[in-house]
Write a protein that binds this ligand. Sequence first.
Ligand SMILES: [Fe+2]
Length: 303
Amino acid sequence: VTTTTTRATDPLQLAADSPFAGFVGVGVGIDVHNDQPDWRRLLRERGKIPFDFFEVYTRGDVAGAHAVRKAAGTLPLLYHDDDLDPIVPGAPDAKALAAARENLAAVGAPWCVSELATRRLGARYLDFFQPILLTEEAARVAAENLQRIDAALPGRIVAENPPYQLPVGPLHVLEVMARAIDLANVACVLDLGHLFSFQLCKGLPPLTGLDAFPLERIVELHVAGAELDDRWGPALYRDAHGAADIAPEVLEMLGEVAPRCPNLRVVTIEVEEASVERVRQQLEQTRAAVRPLLERRPRAARG
Ligand SMILES: [Fe+2]
């Protein structure tokens, strides 16, 4: 494999009539089980709240997946899983895979987002993500699992970089991510808040490592609200999703990174727990950061 061929190639290979065949715009990540934001209200007020798609979290509940597909009409939908454990050797388990398959089909999404992280410690289920170890071996394990998942799903698996508060291992998170997705030959989501969390831990500028990263594999960018906690020295980035504002640094990263990704399809704001008012405000900020890309879309796609 030569880098010249992989660089130019679209890693998703979607059909030309897919709603995600080109750049779609800015959408919101919602949890169908949350009261806030009320996703049905967002759908009703879509004329006033300018989002271009939903990324749906169902926690594996296929009834929720069907409900949102039915209510969303022609709105394009993506699916975010959190149970596939692609960093655990020998994962995923058959039940998690079956649930992902069923939910992805019910939502009708062309790809399924999965973080390179796990919530499991042996038999215990944790309330927080353990991110991928920053080693070659961890990248290989993740790649094997991503391939298995990719082969088993009705759409593509797309890997997301997880958040860090205590990075373990010698590699940069972008090196581990690049190795895993290259070996598995899959696309990725770059979560800019998560990337920022890693750089803060290491005392690095926000975009360190990006020049060497295969940007053509990025099909989706994430931003989300967060709290920066510097009470004990170096700032820690705490993902708060809709419960906090998006850090200005992250919006700046978005403005710089988005135009550099030739296969970018969507920018997703993860807004679980946000009020409708905050969703509206974050959409405004995020759209402003990628304004040139939004304006370049064909007129019919601009809504
Ligand atoms: Fe994310």
